[in-house]
Write a protein of this length. Sequence first.
Length: 162
Amino acid sequence: MADHALGRRDAEAAYNLALVNYALLFASIFFAGVPGLIAAIIAYSQRDEAPSDVRSHMNFQIRIFWVAFGLSLAAGLCAIGAAIRAVRDLVGISARHPVESYMGVTDITLDLSRLSVDGMVVALLAGFILFSGLAAAWLVGAPAVGFIRLASQRGIGHSAAA
């Protein structure tokens, strides 16, 4: 009898932990992904001991983290690419003036007429906006769907009729 009560308590603790993980994944939008990393670590460490329906949620939480990480990484690379092109144009570094020829900070000029917004910069900024929007939508929608399925005591990947 005591073993049955202990098992039920463990299942309830896993259920509650999965609920907290969904909240952490949602909060990662506002705190630069740190809560999402914590949720992924918790899900990785607890999924083997969790009951099968909660285990499917832990696997889904890990998937949410990695998809959001990939989308955020793509957005960051686009932003860095656009920033590098803008700084290169603003500072005036080109093949005509290699970096080794500069004698100091006084040789670097800031000329806004050199700044050009070409197709590459526009594409990089559009990529940044697209990937950031997708990451934000994913971090709002996926934990909400998982939370609703967990609250209705359904695993991820199980049909509504089952």
